[in-house]
Design a protein around this ligand. Structure first.
Ligand SMILES: Cc1ncc(COP(=O)(O)O)c(C=O)c1O
Length: 433
């Protein structure tokens, strides 16, 4: 790490930059589960491009296909023209993902960011139902453009909009408690024409709220949500942008709940190689778009079609699913052991598959731990309304040795920073006298 190396970012790049502040070095190369900076220092990646690198950096099987495609003068840009690369992706997506799961969806390629897929899903739900309101959950994160921000909870992100965020109503997410009555409330709200909440077009949900602090919805809660929305004639949009593509073990995060959403948003790892791509899966009866009604120059990134199609090879059997679940059990047990070492921080461990969270009560502690982890060579970030959750998001394909090393580095950082936690903070969090 050299100051000289970072000077131009400080001088020229907008103040809006964030990850270069959290991880202050100049990265140059990456391979598998590792990022390498320009001084040659290696960092173990427990962040995976916020979920865009589920199959690791520069995955050789995907790279081989990409290089061959480029060398052969394959189409790189084509708006939403029919291309051979898109045909291959669509055919494989149908045969490897949709058909074995008994799912029937049309595929809409939107602009290549997650938020663009969310915007398209919201627009389509409103167009189909001719209603404007959409319900979303406390602590939801769906992206930074205005429609997506309107269904996002975080106050500072919402403030950045600079205009009122309208046509959306927040409702409580699954608390995980046996006595949780959030869906009774929703049922009453939808059933009462005098509830004061405009009849919604849709409810948008993350099965695991990622940026919101790794909040996991129970399968029973998701099943009841789907059932009551069907009963009330309201569409269900699952935003699987971060929790999908195998992050929770299965390809779609909602599979174990046995629900079939009306619309599904995918992005991040759907392109397979960290290449931008986003799409919306649409129940065929709902595909009422007129041609070009939602368009964009970069719909359909052909390079991402190539690597995305190659990545689907991971889903031809359940090997990756079993591996993710096995590593998840190892990591969860280890996180619980780490938590047991710092009871005064009121730790909570939660997550599904390889999206795992360690929540710590004292203000600022989680951020100090991730900064300490970075100094030790581990890239990992925080999530949650007050950045109180350390979020583990390693590549799904990391080795057991890498998983253990990352957890070792995290444990050292946790123990070190919990020991130096300022007494005032602990008192503030109500965890010390
Ligand atoms: C669940 C979810 N939805 C939408 C988005 C927005 O995706 P993008 O940043 O590509 O616009 C994110 C990004 O973190 C996300 O986690």
């Amino acid at each position: 790490m050299s100051d000289k190396g970072l000077a131009v970012f400080h001088d020229l790049e907008s103040e809006v930059r964030s990850y270069s502040r959290a991880f202050p070095t100049v990265f140059q190369k990456a391979s598998g589960s590792w990022l390498i900076d320009e001084t040659g220092r290696r960092y173990l990646d427990f962040f995976s491009g916020a979920g865009a690198l589920n199959y690791g950096h520069n995955n050789p099987a995907l790279r081989e296909k990409l290089i061959a495609y480029l060398t052969d003068d394959g189409i790189t840009h084509g708006l939403d023209m029919a291309t051979a690369a898109k045909r291959e992706f669509l055919a494989r997506f149908a045969s490897v993902i949709l058909e074995p799961r008994g799912l029937r969806y049309k595929v809409q390629f939107t602009g290549p960011t997650g938020t663009n897929a969310v915007e398209a899903a919201l627009k389509l739900a409103r167009k189909v139902t001719r209603r404007t309101n959409v319900l979303f959950f406390h602590n939801a994160y769906h992206g930074m453009t205005l429609g997506s921000l309107a269904v996002t909870g975080n106050a500072s992100k919402r403030q950045g909009a600079g205009v009122p965020l309208a046509h959306a109503t927040p409702i409580p997410f699954d608390s995980g408690d046996a006595a949780d009555d959030s869906l009774d409330y929703l049922d009453r709200l939808l059933g009462n024409p005098s509830s004061g909440v405009d009849r919604p077009a849709a409810v948008i949900v993350e099965t695991v709220q990622a940026e919101g602090g790794v909040n996991v919805a129970r399968f029973s809660w998701l099943q009841r949500l789907a059932e009551l929305l069907r009963r009330h004639g309201v569409l269900l949009i699952v935003d699987d942008i971060q929790a999908g593509c195998g992050r929770t073990g299965t390809f779609f995060s909602f599979e174990p709940a046995g629900i079939q959403p009306d619309l599904v948003c995918l992005s991040k790892s759907i392109g397979g190689y960290g290449l931008p791509m986003a799409l919306v899966l649409i129940r065929p009866e709902l595909d009422v778009w007129r041609p070009g009604e939602h368009n964009g120059t970069f719909r359909g990134n052909n390079l991402a079609f190539v690597t995305g199609a190659a990545a689907l090879d991971y889903w031809r059997d359940d090997t990756l699913t079993q591996e993710v679940l096995r590593k998840s059990a190892l990591a969860t047990a280890r996180l619980q052991a780490i938590a047991a070492r710092i009871p005064e921080a009121q730790p909570q461990v939660r997550g599904r598959g390889l999206i795992l969270g360690l929540e710590l009560a004292p203000a600022g502690l989680a951020n100090r731990i991730t900064a300490a982890a970075f100094r030790r060579g581990l890239v990992i970030e925080t999530a949650g309304p007050s950045d109180e959750v350390i979020k583990l998001l390693p590549p799904l394909v990391l080795s057991d040795a890498e998983l253990k090393l990352g957890l070792d580095l995290l444990e050292e950082s946790v123990v070190e920073q919990a020991a130096v936690a300022a007494p005032a903070e602990l008192v503030g969090a109500g965890v010390a006298s």
